[in-house]
Design a protein around this ligand. Structure first.
Ligand SMILES: [Zn+2]
Length: 317
C-alpha cells in the first residue's frame, strides 16, 4: 500500500477524515491571475482563516491541486497545515499550458527532465523556485500526488510529453494522478493512453466532469474502467443548481458507482469567504451540501465513502 504524504509528512489512513479532493488554498500572483483574476490566493492569513473554517465544520484533509512551476506556494501550505491542524496534500505535475508564461521551462524541458522533477517532488521535496527558472531549490515538504491537465487540444506532442512524464513518475514513485478535464476534451482517449503507459485506472482521478462532460456514455465508460470521478460543480449556480448536482450523483450511485465518486469545490478567490464575504466558503460542502444530500435520501454510509473511503483508496491503492 502507498503512503499518504502530506506537506507535514506521512499520515495513517485513519487520520484522513473528511476530505475535499481538489482545492486551491494558496496561489501567488502570476500567469493564472492574468488569465483569470480569481486565480490568486496570496494572503496566507486569509487562506489560513478559510482552512480553519473548514476544520471547524469537520474538514480534515485537502488535496491541493496547484502543481509546481505554476504559482504553487509550498511553504505557506506547510504553515497553514501546522496552524489549522488540517492535512494538506500538495501536488507535483503540470496544469493547462495557458497558465505558464511563454518562456517557461515547462515548454522546453525534455520528458526525462519532467519525470525527474515530478519524482523529486514526490520523493525528496517540493521545489520552491520553479515559477521563474528551471527548478533547483527545494523544501522538506513532499508532494503526495501528480496533478495533470487534459486540455481541449488533446494529446498533441507538447501534452503527450507531459503526460508520459507524469505516467512514468506515477509508476516509479508509486503515486496517483489527478487530471483536470477541460470541456470538449477526450478523456476516454487519455485513459487509453495512460493505461498503455502502465498506469492503473484505479490510480486516476478525473476532475470537473460534472460540468465538462454531458455525455453519460463517456462517464460510464470511465467509471466502469475504475477511474475516480471528482465532482465540484457544487454551489456554482452559473453551471447548474445543487439539486441538479445531487440528481447526477444519485443516478451514478443507483448505477453502482458510489465507490468511485469524490467531491470538492475547486476553490478560487471568488469562492472563499476570507477573500470575499459573499462567497460560499470552503465549508460549503459540510455546512450546506452534505445536509442536502442527506435530505435527498443519500445515506451516511455513502457520504462517508465519497468524503473519505474513496479518497483513501485513490491515494493508497
Ligand atoms: Zn482546480
Amino acid at each position: 500500500m502507498k503512503e499518504i504524504v502530506t506537506v507535514l509528512g506521512t499520515i495513517k489512513k485513519e487520520r484522513v477524515g473528511f476530505c475535499q479532493c481538489h482545492e486551491h488554498i494558496m496561489l501567488s500572483k502570476g500567469r493564472p491571475f492574468e488569465v483569470n483574476p480569481v486565480l490568486c490566493l496570496d494572503d496566507v492569513e486569509k487562506s489560513l482563516n478559510e482552512v480553519k473554517r473548514y476544520g471547524k465544520a469537520g474538514g480534515c484533509t485537502i488535496l491541493e491541486a496547484q502543481p509546481g512551476g505554476c504559482n504553487r506556494m509550498a511553504e505557506e501550505l506547510k504553515y497553514i497545515s501546522e496552524k489549522s491542524g488540517v492535512n494538506i496534500i500538495a501536488s507535483t505535475g503540470f496544469h493547462k499550458l495557458v497558465f505558464y508564461p511563454e518562456n517557461h521551462w515547462i515548454f522546453t524541458a525534455s520528458q526525462d527532465e519532467l519525470e525527474n522533477i515530478f519524482i523529486h517532488e514526490l520523493t525528496k521535496g517540493i521545489y520552491t523556485d520553479a515559477d521563474n527558472r528551471f527548478p533547483r531549490a527545494w523544501c522538506g515538504a513532499r508532494a503526495g500526488f501528480i496533478k495533470t491537465a487534459l486540455d481541449v487540444e488533446g494529446l498533441t506532442s507538447r501534452y503527450e510529453r507531459l503526460f508520459s512524464a507524469a505516467a512514468n513518475a506515477s509508476i516509479k514513485a508509486n503515486r496517483s494522478i489527478m487530471v483536470h478535464i477541460e470541456q470538449n476534451a477526450d478523456p476516454v482517449r487519455l485513459l487509453e493512453f495512460l493505461k498503455d503507459k502502465g498506469v492503473k485506472a484505479g490510480n486516476l482521478m478525473f476532475c470537473h466532469m460534472d460540468r465538462t462532460c454531458r455525455d453519460r456514455k463517456v462517464l460510464e465508460k470511465i467509471l466502469r474502467a475504475g477511474v475516480y470521478l471528482e465532482f465540484d460543480t457544487i454551489g456554482r449556480f452559473r453551471y447548474h443548481s445543487d439539486e441538479e448536482e445531487i440528481r447526477m450523483i444519485k443516478e451514478l450511485i443507483a448505477e453502482g458507482y458510489e465507490e468511485r465518486l469524490l467531491f470538492s469545490l475547486d476553490t478560487t478567490r471568488a469562492r472563499m469567504k476570507a477573500y470575499d464575504n459573499t462567497a460560499i466558503g470552503l465549508d460549503y460542502i459540510l455546512a450546506a451540501f452534505v445536509p442536502q444530500m442527506k435530505s435527498s435520501g443519500i445515506s451516511e454510509e455513502t457520504i462517508d465513502k465519497i468524503s473519505n473511503k474513496n479518497c483513501i483508496r485513490f491515494l493508497t491503492n
